[in-house]
Design a protein around this ligand. Structure first.
Ligand SMILES: Nc1ncnc2c1ncn2[C@@H]1O[C@H](COP(=O)(O)OP(=O)(O)OP(=O)(O)O)[C@@H](O)[C@H]1O
Ligand SMILES: [Mg+2]
Length: 245
């Protein structure tokens, strides 16, 4: 990223829960078109950071700017209208509705009925679920449910996508397919993905930001970050190898 205004910028962003400081004075920037991965041990504050960015949580202190606009304290709908979409760590599908109906509901930003129908078809083709369109979402196997969630995120054609653990619980081959999908979705968009899966991170990330105890520990290329002594120590301290994230 050079001197241009970052697409997203946080300044001293802080979120407390009572005595817990989940996100602590985070200064973060992501440039337009970047694909950034956020990593860090359990409880590092990654999901809380995302939920502040999407408006689901109000920051306790600090600022959030999107393309130069101050969006601090805006609610989830206002932030979604500005083109920010989130896939949360907790599934957000309507299990009793079909795959197609789930996607259609998420096309609310797309205008006319015809535009929404076209967008729904495009999304189903992109996520590879066109043949499952009439199946209840609740019947899909786990990997396909995750892809449907990605479909809901792209349905409104967001400029910034926040993906919280898009490969959680997937098999190796599903992870590789998801990495391909996310790389395709990244064309013309900015994506920030929280991930633990190193195979996925290596396949997709332009750069990596490491969270630890609510703060940014370091940022850099995938290789540089995984070689970093402090990063390895943080993971070893949590009983995990940085190589396995
Ligand atoms: N709603 C909440 N109320 C109270 N404490 C919370 C709440 N949400 C998160 N926390 C606390 O904030 C800290 C950061 O949690 P967060 O879920 O953001 O971490 P994370 O990096 O996403 O972890 P994981 O990798 O396990 O998903 C933790 O100490 C957690 O217990
Ligand atoms: Mg989390």
């Amino acid at each position: 990223m050079t001197g241009a205004t970052p697409l997203l910028e946080t300044t001293s962003l802080t979120r407390r829960f009572g005595g817990v400081i989940a996100v602590h004075e985070v200064d973060f920037q992501v440039g337009d078109g970047e694909l950034r991965c956020l990593i860090g041990p359990n409880g590092a504050g990654k999901s809380t950071f995302f939920r502040c960015l999407s408006g689901q949580l109000r920051p306790t202190a600090g600022r959030i700017r999107l393309a130069g606009h101050d969006i601090t304290g805006d609610g989830p709908h206002a932030i979604a209208r500005r083109g920010v979409a989130i896939k949360t760590q907790v599934p957000a599908l309507f299990d009793g509705l079909s795959v197609l109906e789930n996607v259609r509901l998420a096309t609310w930003r797309c205008g006319s009925r015809a535009a929404r129908r076209r967008r729904t078809e495009d999304v189903l083709a992109t996520i590879g679920l066109a043949r499952q369109a009439s199946r209840p979402a609740g019947e899909l196997p786990h990997g396909q449910r995750q892809w449907l969630e990605l479909g809901l995120v792209i349905a409104g054609d967001p400029r910034l996508m926040l993906l919280d653990e898009p490969t959680a619980g997937m098999t190796r081959s599903e992870v590789a397919e998801t990495a391909d999908l996310v790389r395709r979705l990244a064309e013309g968009r900015t994506i920030i993905a929280v991930e633990h899966d190193i195979q996925f991170i290596r396949m997709v990330a332009d750069s990596v930001t490491v969270f630890h105890q609510g703060q940014i520990l370091t940022e850099g290329t995938v290789d540089a970050v995984l070689r970093d002594r402090a990063v390895r120590d943080v993971y070893l301290g949590h009983g995990r190898d940085a190589g396995a994230c």
